[in-house]
Design a protein around this ligand. Structure first.
Ligand code: NAD
Length: 296
C-alpha cells in the first residue's frame, strides 16, 4: 500500500549530495527534528557533514535504509537520474523523492515514469539564494509536482526556506529555477560590464555599486556579489561557474525545445559557455567579471 501521510519529525530523511548546498540544507532538516542521513561520493564531503546534526553514511544503501524521503542535491539532472536509478528498486513504496538540484525540466518529466512505476512519489523543488541562505534556512524554493506529494514534503521543505512556490506540474520548479538563473546571470554580466566602463571613465567601482544599489539598476548581484566577491577579486561565492553555465544552457534549451524565440538568452548562453571554456570547471561564477573585462 502506498503511504500518503505527511512526513513529520522525527522521520528519517536521506540527503544525497553533501556539497556547498547539500550540507547546510541537510543540517537545516536535522535542526527541524528529522533524523537525517547524508551520503556523498566524496569522503571529504561526508566527514565535513558529520557533526552537523545528521549522520554521514558510508554507503548509499546505508543512507536509504528505512527512509521516508530522499533528497538529491547533485550537480545536474543526468547525475540525479543515474543516482536514483541505482537505488529506486530498494526504496519502500510511497517514499518521496525530492530533486532539489537544478536539473533540466524535460529530463525530470522523463524520470517521472521510472519512479512512479516503482510506486515512488516524485517532486522537483530546486532552490535559490546561495550558500548563505542555505545556511540560514531562508532559501527560495520552487516546487513542481502533485499537490498531495508537495503537502507530504512540506515540513521538510519548510525547514530549509520560505514557503515553497507551487509552480505547477512536475518539472515546472526546475524550469522556474533555470529561468531565474538566466535572469540572474544576465544581471551579473551587465553589472560587471558597467563597473568596467565606469572605472575607465574614472568612477570608483565601490561608488558605482552604491549608486546602482540606491537606483533602478539594483539587483541581487549588485547587492550581494560585486563588493563581496568581484571587486576584491576573492571569487568565493560558493557557486561554481560551471553550474551557472549549466543553468543558463537549461533555460536556453527549454526555449528552443518549446519553440520560444529568446535572442538575449542565446547571447548570454554563448558568453557563459566561452567563460567556462576559458576559466575551467573549478572557477567561481563571479569570475565572469574578470572574463568580461580582462578576457581571462
Ligand atoms: P557541489 O558541487 O558543491 O556539490 C555536489 C556534490 O554532489 C559533491 O559533493 C559531489 O561529490 C556529490 N556527488 C556527485 N555525484 C554524486 C553521486 N552520484 N552520489 C552522491 N554524491 C554525488 O554543488 P552545489 O553547489 O552544492 O550544488 C548542488 C545543486 O544545487 C546543483 O544542481 C546546483 O546547480 C544547485 N544550486 C547551487 C547553488 C549554490 O549557490 N552553490 C545555489 C542554488 C542551486
Amino acid at each position: 500500500m502506498t503511504n500518503s501521510a505527511a512526513i513529520v519529525p522525527p522521520t528519517k530523511v536521506t540527503v544525497i549530495g553533501l556539497g556547498n548546498m547539500g550540507r547546510p540544507m541537510a543540517a537545516c532538516i536535522a535542526r527541524a527534528g528529522f533524523q537525517v542521513t547524508g551520503f556523498d561520493l566524496s569522503a571529504d564531503a561526508r566527514s565535513a557533514f558529520a557533526g552537523e546534526g545528521g549522520t554521514a553514511a558510508a554507503t548509499v544503501d546505508e543512507a536509504i535504509a528505512g527512509t521516508a524521503a530522499v533528497i538529491t542535491l547533485l550537480p545536474d539532472g543526468k547525475i540525479v537520474r543515474a543516482a536514483l536509478g541505482g537505488i529506486k528498486d530498494r526504496l519502500a513504496k510511497g517514499t518521496v523523492i525530492i530533486d532539489m538540484s537544478s536539473s533540466a525540466p524535460l529530463g525530470t518529466r522523463a524520470l517521472r515514469e521510472e519512479l512512479i512505476a516503482g510506486g515512488l512519489a516524485f517532486i522537483d523543488a530546486p532552490v535559490s539564494g546561495g550558500v548563505k541562505r542555505a545556511i540560514d534556512g531562508t532559501l527560495a524554493i520552487m516546487a513542481g509536482g502533485s499537490a498531495s506529494t508537495i503537502d507530504r514534503a512540506d515540513k521538510i521543505l519548510q525547514s530549509m526556506g520560505k514557503p515553497a512556490f507551487r509552480t505547477g506540474p512536475l518539472g515546472s520548479g526546475h524550469a522556474a529555477k533555470a529561468l531565474n538563473n538566466y535572469v540572474s546571470a544576465a544581471g551579473l554580466a551587465a553589472a560587471a560590464e558597467a563597473l568596467a566602463i565606469g572605472s575607465e571613465f574614472g568612477i570608483a567601482p565601490n561608488t558605482l555599486v552604491d549608486v546602482l544599489n540606491a537606483s533602478t539598476g539594483r539587483n541581487n548581484s549588485t547587492e550581494n556579489k560585486l563588493k563581496q566577491f568581484m571587486i576584491p577579486e576573492t571569487y568565493a561565492s560558493g557557486f561554481a561557474l560551471a553550474l551557472m553555465a549549466k543553468d543558463i544552457q537549461t533555460a536556453n534549451d527549454l526555449a528552443h525545445q518549446i519553440g520560444v524565440k529568446a535572442p538575449l538568452a542565446d547571447e548570454i548562453t554563448a558568453l557563459w559557455t566561452a567563460a567556462l571554456q576559458q576559466l575551467g570547471p573549478t572557477s567561481d561564477h563571479t569570475e565572469i567579471g574578470r572574463f568580461l573585462t580582462k578576457g581571462k
